[in-house]
Design a protein around this ligand. Structure first.
Ligand SMILES: NC(=O)C1=CN([C@@H]2O[C@H](COP(=O)(O)OP(=O)(O)OC[C@H]3O[C@@H](n4cnc5c(N)ncnc54)[C@H](OP(=O)(O)O)[C@@H]3O)[C@@H](O)[C@H]2O)C=CC1
Ligand SMILES: O=C(O)C1=N[C@H](C(=O)O)C[C@H](O)C1
Length: 245
């Protein structure tokens, strides 16, 4: 039987480098790496599964080639447009895909806790999400903040597109009970902090996760690639991989 091999895209980036180290630590072979400007198809042919932490601008090309060559995908890249998200859903009808805004065990536990807390606290609590990342991060809000808002919106019967309020500035008026505020901070070398605030009159609950190393994301992504090896076509997330559903 031939050895299971990974293709790491964006391999010179912060996450690409961490994924290569995590693969080595878990004894998984990296069969090829590519970066901006390199040809995808020849690299893909040599491998079984792609771990992608590059740019959402690359997602369409990656999905098209992976479907053509029937390779599985672990997508960690964030900041996708609605069209790119639709393409991911379409491709997952043909190949197995793990798509997760965050691969850390802690953040996936935060997702679970956020759903539970929203259900338990009920509709009187105002909902706000705050995230902070390093100064080089390009997309805002973070993919993880978006997932948190989607969980809050799902429990409350709201929608990310209509009910999310990105920051506040000027004479914005009083907060409405429906809105979910989202605030993106950028600076220094912060790996990734997320807080969900549940605020009522007289009390407040805050759930916070702070990542201090990218190894937690990279290790999770390699674990997801190994988990995906015997799975049928479908769209999975890290909670599926961790058995948190
Ligand atoms: N899901 C999760 O758990 C996590 C997700 N992320 C996400 O991963 C992505 C990458 O983050 P990070 O590693 O910090 O970013 P970096 O900018 O450090 O790395 C991205 C790498 O991808 C390369 N790249 C850009 N476009 C392409 C392309 N079309 N084809 C191949 N390679 C390309 C870049 O090259 P160049 O520099 O030449 O542009 C760069 O080397 C972001 O979307 C981020 O939000 C990050 C951490 C955790
Ligand atoms: O770009 C990053 O660095 C991170 N991106 C992910 C996101 O957008 O949620 C995950 C993590 O917080 C780090």
């Amino acid at each position: 039987m031939s050895e299971f091999k990974l293709l790491v895209t964006g391999s010179k980036g912060r996450m690409g480098q961490a994924v290569i180290s995590a693969a080595q630590a878990q004894g998984v072979a990296v069969g090829a790496t590519i970066d901006l400007g390199d040809a995808l198809a020849p690299a893909l042919e040599k491998c079984d599964c792609v771990i992608d932490f590059s740019s959402h601008h690359f997602t369409d090309e990656l999905l098209t080639e992976a479907v053509k060559l029937k390779k599985s995908l672990v997508i960690g890249t964030t900041g996708h447009t609605d069209e790119e998200l639709a393409h991911i859903r379409e491709a997952s009808k043909v190949i197995p895909v793990v798509f997760a805004s965050n691969f850390s065990v802690g953040v996936n536990t935060l997702f679970w806790l956020t759903r539970k807390a929203t259900e338990l606290l009920g509709p009187d609590f105002d909902l706000e999400v705050i995230e902070m990342h390093h100064r080089m991060k390009k997309d805002a809000p973070s993919g993880t903040a978006r997932t948190l808002v989607e969980i809050l919106a799902d429990v409350r019967g709201l929608s990310y597109d209509s009910d999310c309020r990105h920051g506040r500035f000027g004479d914005v008026g009083a907060r409405t009970p429906k809105e979910i505020g989202v605030h993106a901070l950028r600076g220094g070398d912060v790996v990734g902090d997320h807080t969900v605030v549940f605020a009522n009159v007289g009390e407040r609950v805050e759930l916070t996760h702070k990542a201090s190393s990218r190894d937690t994301f990279a290790g999770g992504a390699v674990r997801a690639a190994r988990w995906l090896a015997d799975k049928p076509a479908g769209l999975y997330d890290m909670q599926d991989v961790l058995g948190l559903k």
